[in-house]
Design a protein around this ligand. Structure first.
Ligand code: UT7
Length: 335
């Protein structure tokens, strides 16, 4: 029997209009454009400012655009998975809310919470449903309103994060394209270095947790940095070795956009040139679950059928991993 693979057949993203610049941040906390640019590579990030709008609104805009550009009717979708750490609410899943907002009615939906690696975990999960043979059109959404859990009095985290939503359509193929392999790992001990202290079942919201500013991202930057650099590079090199890929065989590395220095270190370890790496962190910051599809969306027109691409991510948990895929269509022909 011919093996069914999951191919990415469309991609779309949506970012809020409002742009928060480094100079504006420098008016809010003790920082500078120079520090942020040299330490992170970030110049600006988009922020969802409208009251009453959340992660599902960005996800829904991305999905609407995706359905339109791929000529897909909402009824054709079998499954929608959303990767997010900033769900609209604790429950129900944001995936359900997105599906409702775009009129997807013949599918089931659930969220995946794996922080910045959620986007690749969700993509792999979506691919497995397609490979099972029972699912024809699956949407993976990566969306995060990081500004909703960012403490804008903490200079070590508030300069990093941004808001965005992105969506990917997956369909079965028997051609030699699509998602070929994934390597994913987690280490729960890493939770100590990156988490949100309150608002969960251990420490539900109270006046005390609010006064202590515990509903925001807590990050020990240096510890996370060290792990991110080694794990993202290790797993990407492992993927190259496993599939006998030399640097010149790779069209693109698409890394999670957490810090330009982490991205550059990963590329160096893989022996690839910066021109083979998708980097847009300077304009969006770290949008957590949306960074990789946001890159693919921006580079879509340059992508060619058969391009070898490695996706790599590292995030809270700790979670990390990489995906090896062959791009399934010529992006320049896609509208
Ligand atoms: O996506 C999920 C995974 N997350 C990541 O991968 C993030 C990984 N970590 C990082 O990207 C970096 O660690 C940060 C960007 C968060 C911080 O950069 P760093 O180079 O590791 O800085 P640091 O935390 O070692 O701080 C160095 C100095 C400190 O001052 P002192 O103690 O040396 O006087 C900080 O207080 O820089 C100071 N600092 C700042 N100064 C100006 C921290 N944030 C700022 C700031 N502006 N925004």
């Amino acid at each position: 029997m011919t093996k069914i693979r999951a191919a990415i057949t469309g991609i779309h993203a949506w970012v809020p209009e409002y742009i928060l610049t480094n100079d504006e941040l420098a008016k809010m906390v003790e920082t500078s454009d120079e520090w942020i640019t040299t330490r992170t590579g970030i110049r600006e990030r988009h922020i969802l400012k409208e009251k009453g709008k959340g992660t599902s609104d960005m996800g829904a805009e991305a999905v609407k655009g995706l359905l339109k550009k791929t000529n897909t009717h909402p009824d054709e979708i079998d499954l929608l998975i959303c990767a997010t750490v900033t769900p609209d609410m604790q429950f129900p899943a944001t995936a359900n809310i997105i599906a409702d907002k775009v009129g997807i009615k013949n599918a089931f939906h659930f969220d995946i919470n794996a922080a910045c690696s959620g986007q690749i975990y969700a993509l792999t999960t979506a691919a497995k449903f397609i490979e099972s043979g029972g699912y024809k059109k699956v949407i993976m959404v990566g969306a995060d309103k990081m500004s909703s859990i960012t403490d804008y009095t903490d200079r070590s985290t508030c300069v990093i994060f941004g808001d965005a939503g992105a969506a990917i359509l997956l369909e079965p193929t028997t051609e030699d394209v699509g998602i070929i392999d994934s390597i994913h790992q987690s280490d729960g001990a890493g939770r100590l270095h990156l988490h949100q202290k309150a608002g969960g079942s251990v420490k539900p919201a109270s006046h005390e947790t609010i006064d202590a500013r515990e509903h925001f991202i807590y990050q020990e930057g240096q510890a996370v940095f060290k792990f991110a650099v080694s794990k993202m590079a290790d797993v990407s090199v492992e993927m190259m070795k496993k599939h006998h890929l030399e640097s010149e065989d790779l069209a693109w590395l698409v890394p999670h956009q957490a810090n330009l220095r982490i991205i550059e270190a990963t590329a160096r370890r893989m022996g690839i040139d910066k021109s083979q790496v998708m980097i847009n962190i300077e304009r969006y910051g770290n949008t957590t679950s949306a960074t990789i599809p946001l890159c693919l969306w921006e580079w879509e027109k340059q992508l060619k059928k058969g391009d070898n691409i490695i996706l790599a991510a590292f995030g809270g948990g700790f979670t990390w991993g990489s995906i090896y895929l062959k791009w399934a269509y010529d992006g320049s022909n896609h509208h």
